[in-house]
Design a protein around this ligand. Sequence first.
Ligand code: LRH
Length: 470
Amino acid sequence: MPVYYLAVDIGASSGRHILGSIEDGKIVLEEIYRFQNGMIKKDGRLCWDHRKLFEHIKNGIKKCKEIGKIPISMGIDTWGVDYVLLDENDEVLGDMVGYRDSRTDGMDEEVYRIIPEKELYERTGIEKMMFNTIFQLMSEKKHSPGYLDRAKALLFVPDYFHFLLTGVKVNEYTEATTSQLVDAHERNWDYELIEKLGFEKELFQRIAMPGEKLGKLRPHLVEEFGFDMDIVLPCTHDTGSAILAVPANDDDYAFISSGTWSLLGVERDTPDCTELSRANDFTNEGGYDSKICYLRNIMGLWMIQSVRHNLDDRYSFAEICDRAAEADSFPSRVDVTDNCFMAPDNMIEEIKNYCRRTGQQVPETLGETATCVYASLAECYDRTIKGIEASTGRTYSRIHIVGGGGNAEYLNKLTARATGKEVHVGPTEGTAIGNIVAQMISRGAFSDKEEARNMLHRSFDIKVYHYPVR
Ligand code: LRH
């Protein structure tokens, strides 16, 4: 019987439980449970339904028992920045507000009144994104301080679920860095910054590194599931997990973790908090092995997901790609990092408005709209890679795309065309694989991430795109 490891990978639109094992020298995956996710409007705020999410987490764990494949350990990864505040009884204060909510509007000015933007970047290395935890907390402080006053602990989304499973409170490092409150060099909370901003230092928990064994299941859960297992921290930030799953051991590549967001960057040993880096919107997020994931947050396939949703989800993603390919010559482009695309009422209208505003041809068909998004994404990838090359003073000959966005064939082709680089696509379950790999390394199944990445290369199909096509 192989040893099983369970990854719970929760994204903005869906979550999945994936069992991983090593069989015949390869990593084998089995998806055993899948569920929908999304932000819901609650009291005028966009929120995550954390109770429902935890029910799904438990249902998926029970599935292991049903199919007779009991994992030795499990770990959860999610998106970044969002959190809950807990009171003295460990109850959630208010809601788990989602990052697309507008509560952070204007909070940059509030924060920069206390600490100038440039200094904030020098300390944290984190790109200004209006949803960063720093701005969310400032919004709570300004608009509803009651919760912050009563709070005893701040846990990020994966930290909270790990706490519900084990009873242990920590802030896992990779996720914590997305808050913009971690000292990029020290890899610990920037307590001076936290104090300056007027947040209670005690809210912030011990920073725990990926790979740490957090504990066992709480006794009542052992009873409910019918088995016990270790909870091992993966990179709980999905980006960190996805990057761990890049099937390469050299450094001649940039990665794109492609899903709802496109995270494009390179792994570095030390943070780059220079003015050039800030001006180019690069961020220094925490990665596995204390690496720095030096990358840019690009809007990604969220725009295509939303366009699809505006059409009542009638078209599959593959169909959307085909329509886009038919409209290949459509000339208009949008800025895929523009805030107007964060949470518009109607994405199709927002794209049309953008084109109208900028004096470009307005897309009329699904194909034209999708081409406009895909081509704009590919061109943004090209600009971003050039920016990274300027920062690191070297060039990269390949791009590795990991994550579900790798299924967008048309976008892969456009990426090769726009960048002139070799594009290697796969594994498409990158995030879950990275989560599992961190658990496997922690248990000693691999001596280090290099050994794991070698096995990834042997285990999954990697498709290569060239332009011109060879
Ligand atoms: C992608 C992601 C990304 C963003 C965040 C909101 O899932 O983790 O890093 O910063 O969600």
